[in-house]
Unconditional design. Structure first.
Length: 370
């Protein structure tokens, strides 16, 4: 059998991202401000403008002396991401943003407005080292980890877009964050955990969004799941399972060669027991690959006594790929069998197909222009 290459170690960076208050805890922010020659309390003032008011206009920071605003803003909240292009669909209710980082690296986020919520899907890495063959990001390989500042900036930009009424329906509040964009979040553990605190810590230290509204997706890094359950953040865990049998999962999700289905589900069960949060099983339905009735039956038997919910995802095909979405009748039968076991199941809304919505597609398209 050919060895499948997985990348866990971040490639060497030529130039590190500028330091940002979102990289640090509240106490560290004050210490850093002091090191830069500012009064420590300035860090709290800047955090209030950044997290509470979502302001990126230092001229409006009236609690800071006018002659210091620009210098303090540039030092503590340097620009980390720059919008390259935006694509919209669903009458503007779905928006995919392509961001350029300080070193020219490209990452994506997707902002989606529904009748009852607004969700942003964010990237935690540029590329991904998990090598899943049906995923555009996985096939691109890992460029580098994102800093907590770079991840948080995607979220704050989305919250600002909501507050400014950039989506149809007028001003609203960002309500949900999902770590389901580019990258494997638990392979960039420290930056993701810092970002989780930035999201859930109350104003002015963070955005004050409930951990119940935050989902961290993983291909099944058992050691990362075990660490996350002890952080006390209690966000929702989503496991990208994609098939219930080890034989196929070894190919579809190569990390399965290290952490198999049984081990991944045991870790998810432990997470659920510790946090009290039902977890999600992500399952991309791929025509004639993992959508057979017997696999649905096996999945139902695996999950029937677990506190888990299945999220079926009609595959968003990538250009030139042999993988494509399941037939509607096969999808319906897959759902029927799971429901016969009493397993809660939903089929994800296939937003973004017209705008290269699958993670990694827009970045790949932009790179292709170079």
């Amino acid at each position: 059998m050919t060895e499948i290459k997985l990348i866990f170690d971040e490639p060497v960076q030529k130039k590190k991202a500028p330091k940002h208050i979102a990289d640090l805890s509240p106490a560290e922010r004050k210490e850093w401000a002091k090191e830069l020659g500012f009064q420590p309390f300035r860090a709290s003032q800047v955090a209030t403008h950044y997290f509470t008011h979502l302001s990126n206009t230092p001229a409006e920071w009236s609690d800071i002396p006018a002659d210091q605003r620009e210098a303090i803003a540039e030092a503590l909240t340097p620009k980390l991401i720059e919008l390259v292009t935006t694509r919209t669909t669903d009458g503007g209710m779905t928006r995919k943003d392509l961001w350029k980082l300080h070193d020219g690296t490209l990452v994506e986020s997707v902002l989606m407005r529904y009748s009852d919520r607004v969700t942003v899907c964010i990237s935690s890495q540029a590329g991904c080292g998990m090598n899943c063959p049906f995923c555009a990001t996985g096939q691109a390989g890992l460029t580098r980890n994102l800093t907590a500042g770079e991840i948080t900036e995607q979220i704050v930009a989305a919250a600002r877009a909501c507050a400014d009424g950039e989506l149809p329906g007028g001003p609203t509040r960002l309500s949900n964050i999902v770590f389901m964009g580019m990258g494997e979040p638990l392979a960039n553990y420290n930056a993701v955990v810092r970002t989780l605190h930035n999201i859930t810590d109350p104003n002015p230290d963070g955005l004050g969004i409930s951990a119940r509204s935050v989902t961290v997706s993983t291909v099944g890094l058992v050691n990362g799941i075990e660490k996350l359950m002890d952080e006390g953040i209690n966000c929702t865990l989503a496991v990208s399972l994609h098939t219930p049998d080890d034989e196929l999962r070894n190919t579809l999700v190569p990390i399965n060669n290290r952490f198999n289905v049984r081990e991944v589900l045991a870790a998810a069960d432990a997470y659920e027991k510790k946090t009290g949060r039902r977890y999600s099983i992500e399952y991309a339905l791929i025509r004639d690959i993992n959508d057979q009735s017997w696999r649905s039956d096996l999945l139902g038997r695996l999950l029937k006594s677990r506190n888990a919910h299945v999220n079926l995802i009609p595959l968003n095909p990538t250009p030139g790929s042999k993988w494509t979405a399941s037939r509607r009748e096969d999808e319906a039968e897959f759902v029927r069998i799971l429901e016969s076991y009493g397993v809660p199941v939903t089929v994800r809304d296939t937003r973004g197909r017209e705008i290269d919505g699958a993670c990694g597609q827009l970045a790949a398209a932009e790179k292709g222009k170079e």
